[in-house]
Design a protein around this ligand. Structure first.
Ligand SMILES: C[S@@+](CC[C@H](N)C(=O)[O-])C[C@H]1O[C@@H](n2cnc3c(N)ncnc32)[C@H](O)[C@@H]1O
Length: 227
């Protein structure tokens, strides 16, 4: 468990600071936690899309849980399912802090899952969810992520990816272009990915697109199913 003292808003710097974009310290509880502003802003709209998709799901694996805020909100709103949190090692204490505070029976303690280098869990899940991770990854990591997801999903299982994407080789808006530059300044191989390339990977690993949902702030939710 980490106990963080101090206060301050962090910049657009993911992996070097190991903090999700827009995260800030929050000291509302016994334990201070990172609070991702974006999570608070987008969680209601994301829930409205994933809730019908996850109606019959029992086990959902989240990749790149970040602070753990999405996990808590979604697990609370969908008590019929068990939410498995995961992320790179440096995020695990933070997720653990949030989930300990939330004290929900249907969230599992976070485990390390770096999509390219960690062993993927043996379990077969009904759904895999990830938010705002793909643009932080290198393309090879995205390939490994979709390959790993396809293996971990049960037949007819759902892969749900939230974030910004390019279409027809173009940024959807000026702010996405600026965001992409911000990401690349930090890590040249990161950046907003092309929808078409994600779709090709999904097909390569035995999945097909069900729906591409347009979301606020020039984001999308891509829903794939394992054939
Ligand atoms: C911008 S944060 C988003 C966190 C959270 N999902 C959210 O929406 O607030 C990006 C997340 O992607 C994760 N991530 C980046 N590359 C990854 C990789 N190769 N394997 C697993 N997670 C990765 C980071 O560790 C981090 O938690």
């Amino acid at each position: 468990m980490v106990k963080i003292t101090g206060h301050g808003v962090k910049s657009c710097d993911y992996d070097s600071a190991r903090i999700p974009r827009g995260a800030e310290f929050k000291q509302d509880h016994e334990f201070a936690v990172y609070s991702a502003i974006a999570c608070e802003r987008n969680k209601v709209q994301i829930l409205s899309v994933i809730s019908p998709i996850f109606t019959t799901a029992s086990n959902v694996l989240e990749i790149g849980s970040g602070t753990g805020q999405h996990a808590i909100y979604f697990a609370k709103k969908m008590p019929h399912l068990t939410w498995h949190t995961s992320d790179c090692q440096s995020y695990l204490d933070g997720i653990d802090t949030w989930t300990t505070i939330a004290n929900l029976p249907n969230i599992k303690a976070p485990f390390e899952l770096e999509v390219s280098t960690s062993p993927w869990p043996e379990m077969q899940v009904d759904a895999i969810f990830t938010a705002n991770t793909v643009h932080c990854m290198h393309f090879q990591d995205v390939d490994n992520f979709i390959k790993g997801a396809a293996r971990a999903l049960k037949k007819q299982g759902s892969l749900v990816i939230f974030g910004p994407f390019n279409y027809n080789g173009m940024f959807s808006c000026e702010s996405n272009a600026l965001f992409d530059q911000c990401l690349k300044n930090n890590d040249l191989l990161s950046g907003i990915k092309h929808f078409e390339e994600i779709n090709i990977l999904a097909v390569k690993y035995g999945m097909q697109l069900v729906t591409d949902y347009e979301m606020p702030a020039n984001n999308h939710i891509l829903h794939f199913t394992k054939i």
